[in-house]
Ligand binder design. Structure first.
Ligand SMILES: C[S@@+](CC[C@H](N)C(=O)[O-])C[C@H]1O[C@@H](n2cnc3c(N)ncnc32)[C@H](O)[C@@H]1O
Length: 187
């Protein structure tokens, strides 16, 4: 069902960049870098239909917060109908406005940012702006967790992560269509 929604939206909006949601294997591999035992503030860029969001809500403490930033209006409508949870704030916005959106939510900084947005489709200055502002929003030790299709060159994302974060690790998840490369950047 989700695949039909993604396909439809991908044809109309190239920034959707995926014909199907991330697999549970990909979701778990990204989220095993999160400490779910403590209260967290998590920002998610490009939640789509909310496959990561659901996993996060199932695993986060009751006093945690998730801020969703999604630029596709159809996905925003789906998210608003699918989730009624006091821990969730949904913005129909673009990731480059993250600093302002965090301030609007009266939150000082985030513990994690999860990003599924297609960096290879963005112009160079915007890639740099999003990674720089993400680093600004995280607490020291906070993590930027991103996933991209496995064949993306370092120049689309990793080079910017190296520029703005202290430590960057990458790994692959092949149990996803297509396989993904996962980035764990620590502030
Ligand atoms: C590859 S899909 C990932 C969807 C979902 N998170 C998943 O894992 O299946 C990319 C998502 O990022 C959104 N997106 C693209 N550019 C964005 C931006 N600048 N800010 C916020 N969302 C963006 C798209 O609309 C789409 O929902």
């Amino acid at each position: 069902m989700d695949t039909i929604v993604y396909l439809k939206n991908m044809l109309r909006d190239k920034q959707v960049a995926s014909f199907t949601p991330t697999s549970i294997f990909g979701i778990k591999k990204v989220c095993d870098k999160i400490d779910f035992r403590k209260k967290n503030v998590i920002i998610e860029y490009g939640p789509g239909t909310g496959v990561f969001t659901r996993y996060l809500l199932d695993n986060l403490t009751p006093d945690s917060t998730i801020i969703l930033i999604e630029r596709n209006v159809e996905f925003v409508n789906i998210l608003q109908n699918a989730f009624r949870d006091p821990r969730l704030v949904i913005y129909h916005e673009s990731a480059e406005n993250v600093v302002e959106l965090l301030a609007r939510s009266s939150i000082k900084n985030a513990d994690y940012i999860i990003s599924g947005i297609p960096f290879s489709f963005l112009p160079h200055p915007l890639r740099n702006t999003i990674v720089k502002k993400s680093a600004e929003c995280l607490r020291p030790g906070g993590k930027f967790l991103a996933y991209q299709t496995f064949f993306q060159l370092d120049k689309f994302l990793k080079d910017y992560l190296d520029m703005h974060f202290k430590k960057v690790r990458t790994e692959f998840c092949i149990r996803n269509a297509p396989p993904i490369r996962i980035f764990e950047a620590i502030k």
